[in-house]
Design a protein around this ligand. Structure first.
Ligand SMILES: [Zn+2]
Length: 187
């Protein structure tokens, strides 16, 4: 696969301020500035080591005959990579979700959301009024900010324990802060 633009610059260098020695990211557990890019499954809490093992999914809830809103957007193991979920799958149970509010599952491989084209797919969701902005923003952080998803569950306590200091509103962290959280809690 061609991973350079017409200037011959690796795409990852344009999108991520990485050291020149860093390997351009193809979403397969490689390191960006010393951080592995992995994700935490919303169902089982176990690490998703490569994008091909992950699914982004949400529930489309009908609001009338032609419109719908998305709820519960999340990242989980693809069914073929689920080892520890109680019922053998980390993905939504379609029948159960439908019973709640007639919602139907929408999903795509996590691989569709990595790299520049993946970011474009997320921006397309952001422009779609059926998705909540805050949900798509969180997906952009989780998939495109190195280390964010690994550190995500620890930011609050890290601020409380003064491991990091907030520079702005909670939820928006720079790479230095993310790295400090990962190091401090050995994530
Ligand atoms: Zn899982």
């Amino acid at each position: 696969m061609n991973r350079t633009n017409r200037l011959g610059t690796p795409w990852a260098v344009l999108f991520y301020p990485v050291r020149s020695s860093a390997i351009p990211w193809d979403g397969v557990g490689q390191e960006i500035d010393g951080m592995d890019q992995t994700w935490v499954c919303n169902t089982c809490g176990i690490s998703i080591e490569k994008a091909a093992d992950g699914n982004v999914e949400w529930i489309n809830v009908p609001t009338n005959s032609t419109e719908w809103v998305a709820r519960d957007m999340r990242i989980v193991h693809h069914i073929t990579a689920s080892l520890n979920a109680p019922d053998g799958s980390c993905q939504f149970d379609e029948a159960k979700e439908f019973l709640k509010d007639q919602g139907t599952v929408g999903d795509r491989s996590l691989t569709d959301y990595i790299g520049p084209d993946g970011l474009m797919n997320l921006l397309e969701h952001a422009a779609d009024p059926s998705f909540r902005d805050i949900d798509v923003m969180e997906m952009i952080k989780r998939i495109h900010i190195p280390g964010y998803d690994r550190a995500k569950g620890h930011f609050e306590v890290a601020v409380r324990e003064e491991v990091i200091e907030l520079n702005g509103p909670p939820g928006f962290y720079f790479q230095r802060q993310i790295q400090e959280v990962i190091d401090h809690y050995s994530l």
